[in-house]
Design a protein around this ligand. Structure first.
Ligand code: ZN
Length: 208
């Protein structure tokens, strides 16, 4: 339809009044001026404006949203809510929260960072067989609870002590279920949480 005001006005005329009117405001024009224009055109009928600014045009998204909020409030459109979409991630969302009422989030949820891994045949009918670059044979897997150092040994072999702290590592491959039944009671959520937080301290990860 060429511009946000025409499109939103037509939508407002035709669509069931129970559907909230949310105008996409930055498709062709400036976020601030289009927001003001649709707010003037629809008045109390306007539920919100959505900013879907592409990151290449965005600059400081939080500042743009603050500016839109300010201009709408100043003109008596305090009821108009702000929706933000496009490139919202767990890292930039905190800065937008004070001014944004709702989000549309796609990519950062649907396309998580990948954990690269492969499944390889390492043993055939008891015989160790593996492609180049993979250690053959069935294995046991231990981890040092203090250093998070992993120790891989042939199946049923005793693990050496942790090479960093010299302590005994604990096995990670434990039977949790047999014939569809738990073989030991589940850990309490608080215990799991404590364990994860302790592990995170030792990992070199960026805090979210
Ligand atoms: Zn250790």
């Amino acid at each position: 339809m060429g511009d946000s005001v025409r499109a939103t006005t037509a939508f407002n005329e035709i669509i069931d009044a129970r559907v909230p009117r949310v105008a996409l405001v930055d498709t062709f024009g400036d976020e601030k001026f289009e927001s003001m224009a649709v707010a003037e055109a629809l008045g109390k009928d306007l539920y919100g404006v959505r900013l879907d600014t592409t990151s290449s045009r965005r600059g400081d998204f939080a500042r743009i949203l603050e500016e839109v909020r300010w201009e709408l409030d100043l003109r008596g459109h305090g009821h108009v809510r702000l929706f933000a979409s496009g490139g919202i991630t767990e890292r930039n969302i905190a800065a937008l929260n004070p001014v944004v009422d709702a989000y549309g989030i796609g990519t950062s949820i649907t396309a998580a960072p990948t954990v690269d891994y492969a499944l390889d045949i390492v043993e055939v009918q008891g015989k160790p067989v593996a492609k180049r670059g993979k250690r053959s044979g069935a294995k046991d897997f231990y981890r040092c609870a203090d250093c998070l150092e992993d120790i891989i040994v042939p199946l049923d072999a005793q693990p050496p002590p942790c090479r960093l702290c010299g302590r005994k590592a604990h096995p990670l491959l434990v039977t949790a279920m047999e014939n569809g039944r738990r073989t030991s009671p589940p850990e309490a959520p608080a215990v799991i949480r404590e364990k994860v937080l302790r592990s995170l301290e030792r990992l070199d990860v960026e805090p979210i």
